[in-house]
Design a protein around this ligand. Structure first.
Ligand code: NI
Length: 196
């Protein structure tokens, strides 16, 4: 069935200063407001329509600490283990280990490019869900990288800021051609170890 979506937003791209804003915390009153609930629906719909693994409010020009994450057989990232739809309001991440892995990331706000970023392998997540309930859980392995990427957006950071080496920056085609095999080796090792 064709579903017409009326609340898709434009995803801002590199160079737009709004991507560099540090987003503001969301109060309980603001979270409950219809306009904020509509914003969350827009984030979910826009993420899904664009094929993203996540989307932060800053990426659609709204400087509030809200992001959404979902991975379900994503064609942009077919190797990513599934993550159920998660709405994070005022998320705080804590590192549970000093161990890092070299992730390879793309971003809807950085069209055409991917690059390597060091991410913590085990993180604690504390946030509110869209109803204001406290969420507290841990994320390990490759999925931990996805959470760190999205929360970085809320602090005005892009994966480009944290490249392990600028020489890893590549087009998607050249990632496939020159980097994918070694990256998938790392990914499979992580998933075997953490199951995510
Ligand atoms: Ni991104």
């Amino acid at each position: 069935m064709v579903q017409l979506s009326t609340n898709l937003r434009t995803v801002l791209v590199l160079g737009d200063p709004r991507l560099r804003q540090v987003a503001e915390p969301v109060s309980a009153t603001l979270l409950a407001a219809a306009v904020t609930q509509e914003l969350i629906d827009s984030l979910i719909d826009t993420m899904r329509a664009a094929g993203g693994a996540g989307l932060a409010a800053t990426q659609i020009g709204v400087p509030l600490r809200i992001c959404v994450i979902e991975v379900d057989h994503n064609p942009r990232y077919p190797y990513k283990p599934p993550i159920p739809l998660t709405v994070l309001v005022n998320p705080e991440l804590t590192r549970l280990t000093d161990e890092e892995f070299e992730n390879n990331e793309g971003c809807l706000s950085v069209p055409g490019l991917r690059g390597n970023v060091a991410r913590c392998t085990e993180i604690g997540v504390r946030a509110l869900d869209r109803t204001g309930q406290v969420l507290e859980f841990q994320v390990r392995g490759l999925s931990a990288g996805t959470f760190q990427h999205e929360v970085d957006h809320l602090d005005g950071r892009l994966f480009l800021d944290n490249l392990t080496d600028p020489a890893t920056l590549a087009t998607w085609d050249n990632f496939e051609r020159f980097q994918k095999a070694s990256y998938l080796d790392r990914v499979h090792e992580l998933i075997a170890r953490y199951g995510s």
